[in-house]
Design a protein around this ligand. Structure first.
Ligand SMILES: Cc1cc2nc3c(=O)[nH]c(=O)nc-3n(C[C@H](O)[C@H](O)[C@H](O)COP(=O)(O)O)c2cc1C
Length: 397
């Protein structure tokens, strides 16, 4: 006798390009910091994505994959270009697609927030603020960006990855162009929202043309930067309406930024989900499937998001770090909530650092970290990045 699962999470999802996701649980993009420092995948990273795939999720997204070494978010990022280790990348693509999961790459460019020790940060406009200083991209540099994203997407397809997600959230380059706080340009790429979203739309159409129609192209978009004067909900809804006219396959809704002093979703405590109300508004503006990421902690929250119709797929980050096998547990109703750690007054970025080091434990099969390990985790995270910066600089200068 076949027992049918009644969970709304256990239904397949067809994307506009024709790809079918096997259920409604995704691992949202995380910068796992498992690159080798030169931009290539490590064996630990390959093991980790296989573990996540075997854990039952439908879609898994590698965070912050760069097209060049010049504007990386961190020295643990992967780089995908003609100089990369294609063989190792193909192994990663295969491992992450185990058990009919999809493994996508999030195409990143950190722009103004590129890791300063290994880059010369540049965003839409020059800024000199406490903790953030950057130059402005020239018009010809902006004109070169769509083709750069497209080359990376084409290579992702060629090496066997299931799809790509354009990173337009969390304060990185494509989000910086949308944001009036970062974007003070007075040419065709600044000023009105139509101008501020021009680069994003150019990137989408150039990427779409560079891959076959059956290859999924998604986007991660902020519902709000949660910064005064930043990209806010009313404009985000206008962007969703504009995306509806493109042939994108998935809009992954998130929010917050890693701008110094601002709120980031990955450091945030408290009850979630964070962006479901916005997703309900976005739902009315588009037929494109919506992924909603941020603050999902329980099976009931995830089922309500899908059952209520605001989300088509839920994106989990920290929950899948705590419990990489969570989708299997949720779908078989064996566990409702992973045991989330609680931190006492963590410093800014500390929670994300702790989770990043827990990702390493998952990859190596090591003992899980305790909340009390916060200080040691931050130290290990920073020391490892310093070590990788040395490698990055020696390989890419
Ligand atoms: C360690 C870590 C690294 C992250 N790196 C990325 C990233 O590279 N790209 C991205 O879009 N979001 C990144 N995020 C944010 C998550 O995708 C997600 O938006 C956020 O953590 C909120 O979801 P959660 O409550 O399920 O953790 C990261 C989160 C964590 C914990």
């Amino acid at each position: 006798m076949i027992i049918e699962s009644s969970s709304p999470l256990d239904q397949p999802l067809s994307l506009p390009c024709g790809v079918k996701l096997k259920n409604r649980i995704a691992k949202s993009a995380m910068s796992d910091s498992l690159g080798d420092g030169a931009g290539n995948p490590t064996n630990d990273q390959i093991t980790l994505y296989e573990r996540w795939a075997k854990g039952g999720l439908a879609l898994s997204i590698v965070g912050e994959v760069q097209g060049t070494p010049h504007f990386a978010e961190k020295p643990g990022n992967l780089i995908l270009n003609n100089h990369s280790d294609w063989e190792q990348l193909e192994r990663l693509a295969k491992a992450g697609a185990t058990d009919n999961a999809q493994l996508w790459l999030q195409l990143g460019h950190a722009g103004a927030m590129a890791d300063a020790p290994i880059s010369t940060p540049k965003g839409p406009s020059a800024l000199d603020l406490p903790g953030l200083s950057c130059g402005a991209l020239s018009l010809s540099e902006i004109h070169a960006l769509p083709a750069e994203f497209a080359r990376t997407a084409h290579l992702a397809q060629k090496l066997g990855f299931g799809g790509v997600e354009l990173h337009a959230a969390h304060g990185f380059l494509l989000n910086q162009f949308l944001s009036p706080l970062f974007n003070k340009r007075n040419d065709a790429y600044g000023g009105s929202l139509q101008n501020r979203m021009r680069l994003l739309l150019e990137v989408i159409s150039t990427v779409r043309d560079a891959v076959v129609p059956e290859f999924p192209v998604g986007i991660k978009l902020n519902a709000t930067d949660q910064l005064e004067g930043g990209f806010a909900e009313d404009e985000a809804l206008d962007v969703v309406a504009a995306l509806d006219k493109t042939n994108i396959d998935l809009i992954d809704i998130s929010g917050g930024t890693y701008f110094p002093g601002a709120a980031s979703s990955s450091d945030r405590a408290g009850a979630g989900p964070y962006f479901l109300d916005f997703a309900g508004l976005a739902r009315a503006m588009t037929r494109i499937p919506l992924m909603v990421t941020g603050g999902f902690k329980t099976l009931a929250q995830a089922e309500n998001a899908i059952g209520g119709g605001a989300a088509d797929i839920v994106g989990l980050a920290r929950a899948l770090v705590i419990d990489p096998e969570l989708p299997t547990f949720w779908l078989s109703r064996q566990r409702a909530e992973p045991p989330f750690p609680r931190f006492q007054s963590p410093p800014e970025g500390g929670v994300t650092a702790w989770y990043t080091m827990q990702i390493t434990q998952n990859a190596k099969g090591g003992t899980p970290l305790a909340p009390e390990d916060l200080e040691g985790a931050i130290y290990a995270y920073e020391s490892r990045d310093d070590e990788r910066r040395r490698i990055w600089k020696s390989k890419h200068s």
